[in-house]
Design a binder for this molecule. Sequence first.
Ligand code: UDX
Ligand code: UDX
Length: 462
Amino acid sequence: MRVCVIGTGYVGLVTGACLAHIGHHVICVDNNEEKVKLMKSGQSPIYEPGLSEIMQSASKDGKLEFTSDLAGGVAHGEILFIAVGTPALPTGESDTRYVEAVAKGIGAHLNGGYKVIVNKSTVPIGSGDWVRRIVLDGVAERQQSLVTAGGATTEVLPENHAQFDVVSNPEFLREGSAVYDTFNPDRIVLGSNNKKAIAMMQELYIPIIERQYAEDKSLPPVPVVVTDLSSAEMIKYAANAFLATKISFINEVANICDRVGADVTEVAKGIGLDSRIGGKFLQAGIGWGGSCFPKDVSALVHTADDYGYEAHLLKSAVSVNQRQRLIVVEKLQQVLKILKGKTVGLLGLTFKPDTDDMRDAPALDIIEHLNRLGAKVKAYDPIVAQSGMRHGLAGVLVETDPERLADGCDALVVITEWQQFRQLDYAKMSSLMTNPVVIDGRNFLDREAVETAGFRYVGIGR
Ligand code: UDX
Ligand code: UDX
């Protein structure tokens, strides 16, 4: 099928490349010319395992194109994905101005033929109908522009030029495994009250529904949840809010474990074996960050407030999470007493491993707090060292390898559970430190191994 994806960020680019990989002809539109140039040269502007390979092969097959020309993209696609960012405003509500700009742009370029307009971006509940109205505003503005001052029409639009329906198709992609998650989804959610639009979306996803690109092709077909627009939008928010709350729950348990001498990793294993709970998302530590959980949970709380309901549970999950980041600083103070003038080395900076994303990364709050307490902060992160990215890292000495990081440090803090941190030479690192202590902010290291290497080990709830 002919597809246009507008917005080539973590979601749009992965969606476009994967749809091209399964045989559709995809044009990706982005208003950032630099990005378009980079993608045309076969490079991915984001770090996502497996993405650049499928981008290059799909582009070579002529199935994947990149442009900043929205009109061309809209003319090409029978299915148009809106995948621009919906960041959180300071008030906590979603900033939907990019979605509005793109929806209006689509309306202004509809040129005939029925189209399905898909909300891939996470948009506030009830936005589906709002997007419809914005698209129609774009259509009206264009019609207006074709009428001269004297009332003559300079161009007659084809009869069916504004035939479209809006579908909500929320994404559940985890950064660092977005390509894998696209080909191995637990479910596909489609929200619309139009049968034709739903049918076209199901046709689009057939290869994925039939597990043709799945790791385990013997699994039954992917369940497709077909519902109304608002329920589909709510499924996205409720899923993220539940996962975020589950993490804050285990972090609360970890904080109690710290005080009673229990081991939260054993507790997580013990409760996770209950099929009603499940073992995933029970890793206690410095909590959640990234471009989704913080923004989506606050957007849901904001929506509840808008409709006169106070979401106490979600607000508590947020406040537990905010406080959780600073627990590693409290533990540093317990160990080092005075932090002023001390040197602290951070192992990892990104909000999770296998991504280059620093958006709302816990590291940013921890750095700010340590600086405020007068500590000198050094850091090593595999991606940051490689990319030289400096977002939010003013005042941080970013080292190019873990041993240079350890040299002269009073303490190390594990911020991101990069797999390679399991294989470091901790004996060498402890010999380079004045006070070999490690605060394991992700309960990730092998406690015995680092203690044998000469470190004092401090975990979160263990
Ligand atoms: C995505 C989803 O859109 C968001 O709803 C979800 O919650 C997180 O993941 P993301 O892909 O991270 O957001 O957005 P971002 O990385 O900001 O990329 C958005 C892209 O859209 C950028 O490349 C930007 O240049 C482009 N864009 C933005 C347009 O092409 N047109 C615009 O008008 C605005
Ligand atoms: C999340 C959702 O998983 C995904 O379905 C949705 O589409 C987008 O948001 P993402 O934010 O990319 O994906 O990463 P995820 O792996 O969910 O981790 C989110 C945060 O929770 C990270 O900061 C991670 O460190 C933290 N986390 C995760 C924990 O602290 N403990 C856990 O057990 C799991």
